[in-house]
Design a protein around this ligand. Structure first.
Ligand SMILES: *[C@@H]1O[C@H](CO)[C@@H](O)[C@H](O)[C@H]1NC(C)=O
Ligand SMILES: *[C@@H]1O[C@H](CO)[C@@H](O)[C@H](O)[C@H]1NC(C)=O
Ligand SMILES: *[C@@H]1O[C@H](CO)[C@@H](O)[C@H](O)[C@H]1NC(C)=O
Ligand SMILES: *[C@@H]1O[C@H](CO)[C@@H](O)[C@H](O)[C@H]1NC(C)=O
Ligand SMILES: *[C@@H]1O[C@H](CO)[C@@H](O)[C@H](O)[C@H]1NC(C)=O
Ligand SMILES: *[C@@H]1O[C@H](CO)[C@@H](O)[C@H](O)[C@H]1NC(C)=O
Ligand SMILES: *[C@@H]1O[C@H](CO)[C@@H](O)[C@H](O)[C@H]1NC(C)=O
Ligand SMILES: *[C@@H]1O[C@H](CO)[C@@H](O)[C@H](O)[C@H]1NC(C)=O
Length: 400
């Protein structure tokens, strides 16, 4: 089937305003953008569905109510992984159910939504102990709440072979979040060096959010190019700040966006692009999901990148399958149904096949994110391989 008359799936529309920047008009704008979450958009002959997944984090959306109860409800990191020596995180016991089969996994430490924060090194160490049994690469979405340093410190203490794609989650309407996260990344690079850093991703669905906020849909329209200039300024600024550190290796700088929202000028300014591709949001049934994700990625991202003079490398930033919904009404999206058996099917049909095909991807995601369930509802908080309490879901990790 040609993609021209196929649905495209991608995620999220959420606007991650920080509380400080929250005006009532922005709130309204956000509510309006949320209410548009499932509409069709026509881009030339391509038709896309706007799914809604509050990816990532970086800058928090959290309306700082009540976050104590929410963060304590999901934390049970202390018994998720056993250590031979309780004082040495590198002595953790391996879980026979976990297999190092994933190219990469998308990860946001619990309690990393600014300004509520609340994350802890102890929890991040547990996460790295578990993640390192599944993959040797993770990607972060933002750098708020000290998450960059926490992850690099946890890698140091667990002594695992793990590299991290760091993230900066800028907001189009406010320069402060970008600068705050840039400074946190630079500090972490000064402290921890580059041995465990694979790249820095500047922007998470920046173009999707910018277009959505400005009533446009085409990333290469005039409005798209205006947004692109703002993002490119941040990309260039990060490149300059990293170069000034005279690091022993070159750190690639990239951007992550929804699969059909890459702007050409942005792609010409980065070393790599990371693309969110979700079959669930495109009403693709589980039996076709893995092949559809691959086809979408090759046609819309890999082939397009090859036409540019800098030929940016492309990765799948997020792909996965939800296992539940906060409300029964959102458990299915057309023929796509959120369930653990369907996550199992996606694992069985995507992971080893994508490895074999040489596709770089970040499985979405490490664990269920409680804050998304509270903030957005639907399936958004239920994409984890683990539940939010770090217990593995009823799935079998494939052996490749
Ligand atoms: C950030 O985390 C690192 C690693 O645990 C720690 O050394 C540092 O003190 C933390 N910084 C802040 C501001 O909390
Ligand atoms: C460590 O991880 C890198 C990828 O980040 C991989 O290329 C390498 O083979 C791994 N090394 C070991 C000893 O597993
Ligand atoms: C980063 O981008 C924001 C908009 O997203 C802009 O306001 C700010 O000026 C940019 N900062 C730099 C240093 O490029
Ligand atoms: C990381 O661990 C090594 C030893 O394993 C140590 O020499 C180093 O100082 C640690 N800290 C940082 C910030 O890299
Ligand atoms: C892997 O490549 C084959 C052959 O092109 C394709 O049929 C399949 O859908 C791909 N699967 C994934 C998950 O990339
Ligand atoms: C899906 O979830 C949203 C909130 O996330 C809710 O507004 C909507 O009513 C739900 N749809 C159904 C069909 O229940
Ligand atoms: C997907 O299915 C839902 C109903 O389950 C429907 O509301 C929505 O319009 C469908 N979207 C597409 C793109 O077909
Ligand atoms: C973790 O959460 C899951 C899903 O809510 C639940 O079934 C399981 O019993 C919990 N495990 C522990 C150890 O609390």
């Amino acid at each position: 089937m040609s993609l021209n008359n196929q649905q495209q799936g991608y995620s999220s529309v959420e606007y991650p305003y920080s509380n400080a920047a929250y005006s009532s008009s922005q709130w309204l704008e956000k509510e309006q953008s949320r209410s548009r979450r499932s509409k069709w958009i026509t881009i030339g002959s391509l038709v896309a569905v706007l799914g809604l997944i509050a990816i990532g984090v970086g800058v928090g959306v959290t309306v700082a109510k009540n976050h104590k109860s929410s963060s304590s409800s999901s934390s049970s990191s202390s018994n998720a992984v056993e250590q031979t020596d309780p004082n040495d995180p590198s002595t953790f016991k391996l879980d026979a159910r976990l297999k190092k089969s994933f190219y990469g996994i998308a990860y946001t430490p619990e309690g990393s939504q600014y300004p509520a924060c609340g994350n802890s090194l102890e929890q991040v160490i547990t996460d790295i102990q578990l993640l390192s049994q599944l993959t040797d690469q993770i990607r972060l979405y933002g750098a708020d709440c000290n998450q960059t340093a926490l992850v690099l410190e946890a890698i140091n203490q667990t002594k695992v072979n793990m590299t991290v794609w760091l993230g900066n989650y800028p907001i189009p309407t406010d320069p402060a979040p970008y600068e705050r996260q840039r400074d946190a990344i630079i500090d972490a690079l000064k402290t921890y060096g580059v041995d465990h850093v694979a790249g820095i991703t500047v922007g998470n669905e920046y173009m999707l959010n910018y277009l959505n906020a400005n009533g446009a849909t085409d990333p290469n329209s005039d409005i798209g190019n205006q947004g692109a200039q703002l993002l490119i300024a941040n990309i260039t600024d990060t490149r300059t700040a990293v170069q000034a550190l005279n690091l022993p290796k070159t750190i690639p700088i990239g951007t992550a966006d929804a699969g059909s929202f890459f702007n050409t000028e942005v792609l010409e300014a980065v070393d790599y692009g990371m693309s969110n591709i979700h079959a669930w949001f495109a009403n693709v049934s589980i039996s076709q999901a893995a092949g559809w994700v691959n086809e979408f990625f090759q046609e819309n991202n890999v082939q397009v990148a090859q036409t540019l003079s800098n030929k940016p490398q492309f990765f799948i930033a997020e792909t996965g399958w939800p296992t539940a919904s906060k409300d029964a009404g959102n458990e299915s999206n057309g023929p796509s149904i959120a369930s653990e058996p369907n996550l199992q099917t996606f694992l069985d049909t995507f992971v080893c096949q994508a490895n074999k095909n040489g596709t770089g991807y970040f499985f979405f995601e490490y664990f269920d994110e409680t804050w998304k369930d509270e903030e957005f509802g639907g399936v958004e908080g239920h994409w984890g391989l683990f539940y939010s309490n770090r217990t593995l879901k009823d799935i079998t990790i494939p052996t490749c």
